[in-house]
Design a protein around this ligand. Structure first.
Ligand SMILES: Cc1cc2nc3c(=O)[nH]c(=O)nc-3n(C[C@H](O)[C@H](O)[C@H](O)COP(=O)(O)OP(=O)(O)OC[C@H]3O[C@@H](n4cnc5c(N)ncnc54)[C@H](O)[C@@H]3O)c2cc1C
Length: 286
């Protein structure tokens, strides 16, 4: 059953951020509702006010301009799949969108909702980390932009001040010839929570790896960059021993837990296997 709450449906961003802080009420923004409504119904979340962002213009869409891709926060997973710009500039994000939930959820689930839900298993986040994405936050006093890799502060906690909304997600268009890929390991193909997610982005220049990004999901309190693994490959020739060392480093720097879907030990091993596989694919493609 749903508890009682006020429902506010603002028409502007300014009204929305005001509603989120007005009257000292426990307020939550609502985008696609695929997390919020499930959590309210199961009473994991008991808001006093829900602020529906659905009537505010200009929050949904994809633009590519001046070498940057920008997503409105209410851009849905289906929007990503339908976009030629995303197909051309962010293949790992497309791979992640393809294995995201089922069609009905993809039609309503938004990119900002996926980032803000704070789940370590949020599938869009590893590809966005591998793209060096930034998020813009807007509150009553203005906007600020920070790197997505600095956004999370711990399990289900992040840098948002009370009332702040994610109002854009952006990243530089990757250099021509860069490789991007995402793999979701789950207990079944459709509609499953990720056991291990791995995104890899890299380029090859003169036979050496450049711009190496390795991001992991479901193996730490938050989605994370595997920076030691990245460092072992950056500027190096991608010979098999080097790739194996980097994959092992990624497995060592994550901190997976045991749960109903898999043991921590299995997850760690799969990080090693999948990082090596995706980097090898990149090298063979490049
Ligand atoms: C059947 C089912 C299958 C699912 N499968 C997957 C899956 O395969 N992969 C996956 O990653 N997730 C999955 N999910 C979870 C969910 O669909 C995603 O996390 C989705 O992206 C959430 O987006 P939303 O727009 O529905 O967010 P909402 O539920 O509206 O909001 C989620 C959180 O984000 C906050 N929020 C929303 N918009 C903003 C904003 N602009 N600024 C600040 N905070 C904001 C809300 O307050 C809330 O805390 C699934 C859910 C269901 C019910």
């Amino acid at each position: 059953m749903y508890g009682e709450f006020d429902l506010t449906i603002p028409k502007t961003l300014q009204e929305a951020v005001k509603s989120l802080t007005a009257g000292g009420k426990r307020a939550v923004p609502l985008a696609g509702g695929t997390n919020v409504l499930v959590d309210v119904r199961s009473q994991r979340l008991a808001p006093e006010r829900i602020v529906d962002l659905g009537r505010i213009g200009g929050l949904r869409g994809i633009t590519v301009d001046g070498g940057r891709v920008t997503l409105g926060p209410r851009t849905t997973v289906s929007d990503l799949l339908a976009s030629e710009e995303i197909a051309a500039t962010a293949p790992a994000l497309v791979e992640s969108a393809r294995v995201f939930a089922g069609q009905m959820v993809r039609n309503t689930a938004t990119v900002a909702g996926n980032i803000a839900c704070g789940s370590p298993a949020a599938d869009l986040v590893p590809p966005l980390l591998a793209l060096d994405a930034e998020v813009t936050l807007t509150g009553t006093t203005g906007s600020r932009t920070l790197a997505l890799c600095d956004f999370y502060t711990g399990y289900k906690s992040d840098q948002r001040a009370p009332g702040e909304l994610i109002t854009a997600i952006g990243w530089p268009v990757p250099a021509k010839g860069s490789f991007g890929s995402f793999y979701k390991l789950a207990r079944r193909k459709g509609d499953a929570i990720t056991v291990v997610g791995v995104a890899v982005g890299l380029g090859l220049k003169g036979g050496r790896c450049v711009g190496v990004r390795i991001a992991l999901g479901s193996v730490a309190p938050t989605p994370m960059r595997a920076r030691k693994a990245e460092g072992l490959l950056e500027g190096e020739a991608p010979v098999p021993e080097r790739i194996a060392r980097a994959a092992l480093a990624a497995a060592q720097e994550c901190s997976p837990i045991d749960d109903v879907r898999a043991t921590g030990e299995y997850r760690r091993k799969m990080v090693e296997v999948l990082v090596a596989r995706l980097v090898n694919n990149a090298v063979q493609t490049g």
